[in-house]
Design a protein around this ligand. Structure first.
Ligand SMILES: Nc1nc2c(ncn2[C@@H]2O[C@H](COP(=O)(O)OP(=O)(O)OP(=O)(O)O)[C@@H](O)[C@H]2O)c(=O)[nH]1
Ligand SMILES: [Mg+2]
Length: 275
């Protein structure tokens, strides 16, 4: 169903409460927002601007509208971060030259705003939920100065193993930090994320703190991993750690030990981020 006017709700992330406003995109509403920008736009910290990547004919219209929105913030000297989502970028378009070229042109056109605004781009589709979660996570992360330290730590830890992926999620699935092996394929990412979502649900419903698993990609490559609940203060997180599988079970045990050893460092980081 199309959103009527503005749908508002609140959610918590890293212990802070955020207000979320989903702006209905029909023309009549869009005109209204611009007529009374101080009523609708002031006080906003972060914008997710969603463009229908499949609707080439309306690219210009969409960019023009974004320009008007940004002009408001620029004139008011309000600082706002902007995540532009090229949405409906469905899996069949990943290698489509035409759509990729058009999106690139749009990105180039939009970089002229980067003098005034932090502006970031994402390709998203409902057929890859992770793509949407990544866009929202990266957007939210922009509001926390030191958050990239989590990914840096994971990149550091990953060097000691044949790591495929390390991620730290909050209870709602927002990513605080992530490392994944270079060239990890989209289908492999989607497979991993599906496993994660399933195990995360099971951990919660079975009241567990840890799940170990072992599986394989379509090309036959085996991997093993863990999902573990981490509690820092009164905040709860989920750690996902996946490595290339080794015949040697002892190795998995060592990795669990190493994660155990890295926990104080992670806790320290998270405390710094939310301060
Ligand atoms: N192919 C494809 N269709 C999508 C995707 N995301 C949403 N849609 C479809 O696009 C249509 C519009 O989706 P909405 O979520 O209502 O779009 P919206 O931007 O919120 O629209 P308003 O509420 O009017 O602002 C629906 O039919 C969705 O099923 C996607 O990633 N790929
Ligand atoms: Mg809507």
């Amino acid at each position: 169903m199309p959103t009527r006017r503005i749908a508002r709700d609140t959610f918590r992330f890293l212990g802070l409460e955020f207000s979320r406003l989903d702006f209905g995109g029909q023309r009549i509403y869009r005109e209204d927002y611009l007529k009374h920008p101080e009523k609708f736009l002031s006080g906003i910290d972060l914008i997710f601007y969603v463009i229908d990547a499949q609707d080439f004919d309306r690219y210009i219209e969409s960019i023009d509208y974004l320009e008007e929105i940004l002009l408001y913030f620029k004139e008011r000297q309000e600082d706002v971060m902007v995540a532009v989502l090229f949405h409906k970028f469905d899996p069949q378009f990943v290698d489509d030259v035409e759509i990729n070229k058009r999106i690139l042109t749009l990105k180039q056109a939009l970089t002229r705003y980067s003098n005034h605004f932090d502006i970031f781009f994402f390709e998203t589709t409902i057929f890859d939920i992770k793509s949407i979660m990544d866009a929202f996570s990266s957007g939210l992360s922009m509001l926390f100065e030191k958050i990239e330290m989590v990914s840096n730590l994971f990149a550091e830890i990953s060097k000691n193993y044949n790591t495929i992926l390390i991620s730290l999620f909050d209870a709602k699935g927002i990513t605080l930090g992530e490392y994944f092996r270079p060239h990890l394929q989209l289908l492999q990412k989607i497979k991993i994320y599906e496993i994660y979502l399933d195990l995360q649900k099971r951990i919660v419903s079975e009241n567990r703190t840890l799940y170990e698993f072992s599986d394989k990609f379509e090309n036959g490559e085996r991997f093993s991993g863990i999902v573990e609940v981490l509690k820092f203060g009164n905040l709860e997180f989920f750690l996902l750690f996946i490595i290339e599988e080794d015949e040697d079970l002892q190795l998995t045990v060592t990795i669990l030990d190493k994660i155990e050893a890295a926990k104080p460092q992670m806790e320290n980081l998270i405390m710094q981020i939310i301060q």
